[in-house]
Design a binder for this molecule. Structure first.
Ligand code: PMP
Length: 422
């Protein structure tokens, strides 16, 4: 029978080594917040496929909706023969994305593609080509989004320079010595040193940085960015690929920021495990690109649209936004209690159920090694964790919002045990 080791061997021989793997595990089956590997071992899943499973693995409503769609048709290409689920999803997203203005939506397949298209739209809408992105930002693995992603190793290392016209501002992060004033000054510095505001199409920001370390932008900072964008005719783009679909306690994190973005990208949990992503924004901006300028063969796949529509219903029926807030409190409380007894945990933070803790060594420096050890030990104890952060020293939790309190506490018990033993 198949083992993790034997499959790992085949993987090493068959799969490009650039595709990394955090856990040496091959999955057999998954249900809500539980995963079973090919050897029958059971794990609590705090990774959720990297923020894709806010409604859990195989939510029955989502599976049902996809099955019904499977029985009708699986693909026509929306640009050839259109179908209602694509339109309905755009209508629902337009109604959900913050901003008191007419909106339109484009569907694509991945988060990277969504960000890539947000830039294309911003360029067409403004007639400008420059983009400002932030330190520690993560926007994807296509060439343009690699330019925007604020971490060279490992994402673009060995590949040469990525497309130009992207300027790097500092993401506010008081924990590492960057105040909001510093961050605003870094944007002004770009205007002074690198590019005039009238050459900048968009400022692209994650309301809560995901891969970069779960640092939360404050409403005050987002409001200052909004004002700056308004002053210079720059589009504010919120990359909600990781923060969206209820992870932060509101359907989109920008709902908590007091201002609206001109364009919003979404992906990941929007379709509960099926690949769909998109850009939603001001109708005039979205319509700046002429027919034929947007799309894709699989973009807005009917199966994924059916899944996304089901996800949005599940959020209503199961009150998952309230659940997200409540789970966030539970996790922050418990992690804070663990941190109170352990100096190595220097910070516990998050927004809603997007929760993380950050680890430091005795010298006060970010401790990536300890972080790796906690992730590995947790796995041995039956918990799938993920790390993140510019320094690799952040443990993040993206547990399904449909997990029970008991499951989440069990997972946090394992986290506590790991710290106790290490
Ligand atoms: N933007 C953000 C904020 C993300 O977290 C990610 C994925 N981690 C992406 C974009 C890229 O999404 P994808 O991997 O689906 O291309």
């Amino acid at each position: 029978s198949k083992t993790n080791d034997s499959l790992m061997q085949r993987r090493h021989n068959a799969v490009a080594r650039g595709v990394s793997q955090i856990h040496p595990i091959f999955v057999q089956r998954a249900e809500n917040a539980t995963v079973w590997d090919v050897e029958g071992r059971q794990y609590i899943d705090f990774a959720g496929g990297i923020a894709v499973l806010n409604t859990g693995h195989r939510h029955p409503k989502v599976i049902d909706a996809v099955k019904r769609q499977l029985e009708q048709f699986t693909h026509t290409c929306f640009q050839v023969l259109a179908y209602e689920p694509y339109v309905e999803l755009c209508e629902k997203i337009n109604a959900r994305v913050p901003g008191n203005f007419d909106k339109k939506t484009l569907l694509v397949t991945t988060g990277s593609e969504a960000v890539e298209n947000a830039v294309k739209i911003a360029r067409a809408a403004t007639g400008r080509a420059g983009v400002i992105a932030f330190t520690g930002g993560y926007h994807g693995r296509t060439m343009m989004t690699l330019s925007m992603t604020g971490k060279v190793v490992p994402y673009s290392a060995g590949m040469g320079l990525m497309p130009g016209g992207v300027y790097r501002a500092q993401f506010p992060c008081p924990l590492h010595g960057v105040s909001e004033d510093d961050a605003m000054a870094s944007v002004e510095r770009i205007f002074k040193n690198d590019a005039e505001p009238r050459d900048i199409a968009a400022i692209v920001i994650e309301p809560v940085q995901g891969e970069g370390g779960f640092y939360v932008a404050s409403p005050a900072f987002m409001q200052r960015l909004r004002a700056l964008c308004d002053q210079h005719g720059i589009l504010l783009v919120a990359d909600e690929v990781q923060t969206g679909a209820g992870r932060t306690g509101t359907f989109f994190a920008m709902e908590q920021m007091g201002v609206a973005a001109d364009l919003t990208t979404f992906a990941k949990s929007i379709a509960g495990g099926f690949p769909v992503a998109g850009v939603c924004g001001r109708a005039e901006a979205m319509d700046a690109i002429a027919p034929g300028g947007l799309g894709g063969t699989y973009a807005g796949s009917p199966l994924a649209c059916a899944a996304a529509l089901a996800v949005m219903e599940v959020f209503e029926e199961e009150n998952l936004l309230a659940r997200s807030q409540c789970l966030g409190e539970l996790m922050r409380e418990r992690l804070s209690a663990i941190a109170a007894a352990d100096k190595r945990i220097g910070d516990v933070r998050g927004l809603g159920a997007m929760v993380a803790c950050e680890l430091f060594g005795a010298d006060g420096k970010p401790d990536a090694e300890l972080t790796g050890k906690v992730v590995a030990k947790a796995r041995d104890k039956g918990l799938i964790l993920l790390s993140c952060g510019q320094y690799g020293n952040v443990i993040r939790i993206l547990v399904p919002l449909t997990a029970t309190d008991v499951e989440v506490q069990e997972g946090l018990d394992i986290v506590a045990a790991c710290f106790a033993e290490l």
